[in-house]
Design a protein around this ligand. Structure first.
Ligand SMILES: [Zn+2]
Length: 388
């Protein structure tokens, strides 16, 4: 008999792999694949272009459409510079909490999903269960689209995707969309005493950043739509969190780079917002070129995460509600892979153990109570799949 691990033993294994997004996740994937194989479950891999990361997906139960899909990401954020009490890559129990990088976001759910898949295989289910473990979620959810495409080619299509980002086991049916860019402003250097003959890239960038403040104020002032009203804040936000540029106090800056991001309520499209951004960029660029024609602004998309639109009688929401008994509606303002699943034709909702407030923190933890609530959820889910 192959060894059956408890959810907590699986979590300890997953945490022991330092699968920070910038590094390979293959040791973790190797372990999961071997563990599933030891229980008679054959998993499939989808590699990234560099071949140093892989997503993993698997199917248990009748070979037919209609699976419940458990979706998690395997990557975690770095621990550099964070004051951790213990080794972040060793699962450590203290005061009713399990500490470790990824304990909440979201190896706790990954461990429970792996446990549930093996459980479903052992008990036998009438409705299939699938698992989808991605990479590169923490760098803009860029690993999910290729994973979803790959699994649709190999497995019968699932209908209800449960994305286990930490929600304190509440049913989350909506989140904002997000898109991030690098904006590079290329100016022209002259001595600052004759700045009218140069183009200061920092001061041109400042025009776009000032516009972000104006748009935020305008969005805040308008009456939110019914969907927007579910969110905090109930409007689309524009943000810049990083900026660098310039070489000296008395030289007009040749280059300025800053990040730019939208978080849009689900009934507004990122493409419409993109058009507004590009119109502003064109306006500023025209002013620059009027002085020095060789100057320009480059806009590079870093990531784009579709929003999760609340569904009417969605299959994912329905199965979560059946299992949790939670009939309340919740939305969140952070992006998840749920938007990608929904865009690919799945019903999708977010439900996972732990608190998002713990995500990315030093001494990240999941309470044992939350982890056990997650395990109880999986146990009842497998029971339901046996019954249908
Ligand atoms: Zn996450």
């Amino acid at each position: 008999m192959p060894t059956r691990l408890t959810p907590r033993q699986i979590l300890a294994q997953l945490v022991s792999f330092p699968s920070v997004s910038r590094d390979s996740n293959l040791p973790l994937i190797d372990w999961v694949e071997e563990y599933l194989a030891s229980h008679g479950i054959s998993a499939h891999r989808h590699y990234n272009d560099d071949g140093d990361k892989a997503a993993l997906f698997a199917h248990v139960g009748p070979w037919e459409e209609g699976a419940v899909v458990l979706s998690g990401h395997t990557d975690v954020v770095p621990v550099d510079g964070q004051p951790w009490t213990d080794d972040p890559f060793v699962l450590t129990e203290r005061d009713g909490k399990l500490y470790g990088r990824g304990a909440a976001d979201m190896k706790g759910f990954d461990a429970l999903s792996i446990w549930a898949l093996v459980e479903a295989q052992a008990r036998g289910v009438n409705r299939p269960l699938q698992i989808a473990l991605s990479y590169d979620e923490e760098v803009g959810c860029t690993g999910a689209p290729p994973l979803i495409e790959a699994m649709q080619k190999v497995l019968p299509k699932g209908t209800a995707a449960i994305i286990g980002e930490p929600s304190m086991m509440k049913t989350v049916t909506g989140h904002k969309s997000g898109r991030g860019y690098w904006i590079d402003v290329w100016g022209h250097e002259v001595h600052s005493s004759i700045l009218h003959t140069g183009i200061n890239a920092i001061m041109e960038a400042a025009k776009i950043i000032a516009w972000e403040n104006e748009v935020n104020a305008e969005q805040r002032a308008k009456t939110p739509s019914p969907i927007a009203a579910m969110f905090v804040p109930p409007w689309t936000t524009l943000h810049t969190g990083l900026i660098e540029g310039g070489t000296a106090a008395n030289i007009t800056a040749k280059h300025c780079r800053f990040d730019f991001g939208f978080r849009a309520v689900p009934d507004e499209t990122l493409d419409d917002w993109h058009v507004r951004l590009m119109a502003k960029v064109a306006e500023v660029e025209a002013e620059m070129k009027a002085v020095v024609p060789e100057t320009r602004i480059d806009v590079t998309e870093r990531f784009s995460v579709p929003g999760l639109r609340p569904e009417t009688e969605g299959a994912a929401e329905e199965i979560i509600r059946q299992v949790t008994g939670d009939n309340a509606t919740h939305v969140v303002s952070y992006g998840t892979e749920a938007g990608h699943f929904q865009s690919a034709g799945y019903s999708a909702a977010v439900c996972g153990p732990g608190d998002i407030a713990q995500a990315h923190q030093p001494d990240e933890f999941i309470t044992i109570a939350q982890f056990e609530a997650g395990a109880a959820f999986m146990d009842r889910l497998v029971t339901r799949l046996q019954e249908v």
